[in-house]
Design a protein around this ligand. Structure first.
Ligand code: ASP
Length: 342
């Protein structure tokens, strides 16, 4: 069978790449060079699959921006040669990696699909094979002459999501991810159905560009009843801090106590960007709706709208890392760059 589509499978680590060593009973890394030998079903896909393994595969709890740069560099280096990319990644921080890559890979016109699994690929009841096979199949899909998916997606348990809209919601169930504020891009059932109205498209001719600078002088602060003044002050006074994702209640509400409001005001005056994101899994910040968010609106706290915390923290790193956005953090943060917010 002639192979017209070339897919690069990038293995970064995580449960998906593990098999049981039956002698010792321990989980050991799967040899991805022998992928086709171990998963013969892949031969049924009309594509050629090459593999690229990170020298030291990691549990995704050890992911950091330097790994995101490494992944982006692999894609940059092989962008012209391959029709699509599938990244095997631990599920724990997959939504962060997917979000970061969505900003870093500017003018992406090919599929970059992250997937992983809850059970190792060598386990009897594994979800790894289905996730891997379908993620690769999605990366090969065409819409006319063009790739059907031209963005960073996350495939898990029969659903393809926009990666920067996802959150890991279960450490137990095969359905480990959700995207409460944006519909699935595709669903795998008897048919593999792409939701054409919801996929991301670029309507200008600018060429693919990889951004590698991320600024990690950022923090996430989830507020809670009982957050005391000292703790807040300590966080806002972290040396070098440039942005805080403030996870507020409901539609973007926070305490109206004087010390809270004054400290946030002082931080903004100092130049720290404060971004209001809801700690609810779904829905949007709507500043000014309640009295408890009016003050935040008046002091120019940034509206995170319906963005996830994962997409917000990586967006802050990306915007801060790029001179072209300098001085206009609020304007850029509040507009959708890669379909991460409404
Ligand atoms: N701890 C693992 C990781 O994120 C879990 C998984 O692979 O799903 O790397």
């Amino acid at each position: 069978m002639e192979c017209k589509t070339n897919i690069l499978l990038i293995y970064t680590g995580g449960t998906i790449g593990m098999v049981k060593d039956y002698k010792s009973g321990a989980l050991v890394a799967f040899n991805f060079d022998e992928l086709l030998k171990n998963i013969p079903e892949l031969r049924q896909l009309k594509c050629k699959i090459d593999t690229f393994s990170f020298e030291k595969p990691i549990d995704s709890s050890n992911m950091n921006p330097s790994h995101w740069v490494s992944i982006a560099e692999v894609i940059e280096e092989h962008y012209d040669k391959y029709d699509g990319f599938v990244i095997l990644h631990g599920s724990d921080t997959m939504s962060y990696t997917g979000s970061a890559l969505s900003y870093m890979l500017e003018n992406l016109r090919k599929p970059v699909i992250l997937t992983g699994s809850q059970l190792p690929i060598g386990d009897l009841r594994t979800d790894a094979k289905e996730n891997l096979i379908t993620a690769i199949e999605i990366a090969t899909l065409k819409e006319g002459d063009e790739p059907a998916i031209q963005e960073v997606g996350l495939y898990f348990e029969y659903k393809l999501y926009r990666a920067n809209r996802t959150t890991k919601i279960s450490a137990e169930h095969f359905e480990a991810f959700t995207s409460l504020n944006y519909p699935e891009l595709a669903e795998s059932g008897v048919h593999l159905k792409i939701n054409k109205d919801d996929v991301f498209r670029i309507f200008h001719g600018d060429s693919f560009n990889v951004h590698k600078k991320l600024d990690d002088n950022v923090a996430i602060l989830k507020i809670f009843p009982g957050l005391n003044h000292n703790v807040l002050k300590g966080i806002l006074e972290i040396p070098g801090l440039k942005a805080i994702i403030l996870e507020t209640y409901g539609a973007g509400n926070a305490s109206t106590e004087e010390w809270f409001v004054n400290d946030v005001k002082k931080a903004i005056k100092k130049g720290i960007h404060i971004i209001n994101v809801t700690q609810c899994s779904g829905g949007s910040v709507s500043m000014g709706k309640y009295e408890t968010s009016q003050e935040l609106q008046e002091m120019q706290v940034i509206n995170g709208k319906d963005i996830t915390t994962e997409a917000a923290i990586t967006k802050a790193m990306y915007i801060l890392g790029h001179d072209k956005y300098h001085g206009e953090f609020k304007k850029y943060f509040e507009s959708s760059m890669r379909g991460e917010m409404h």
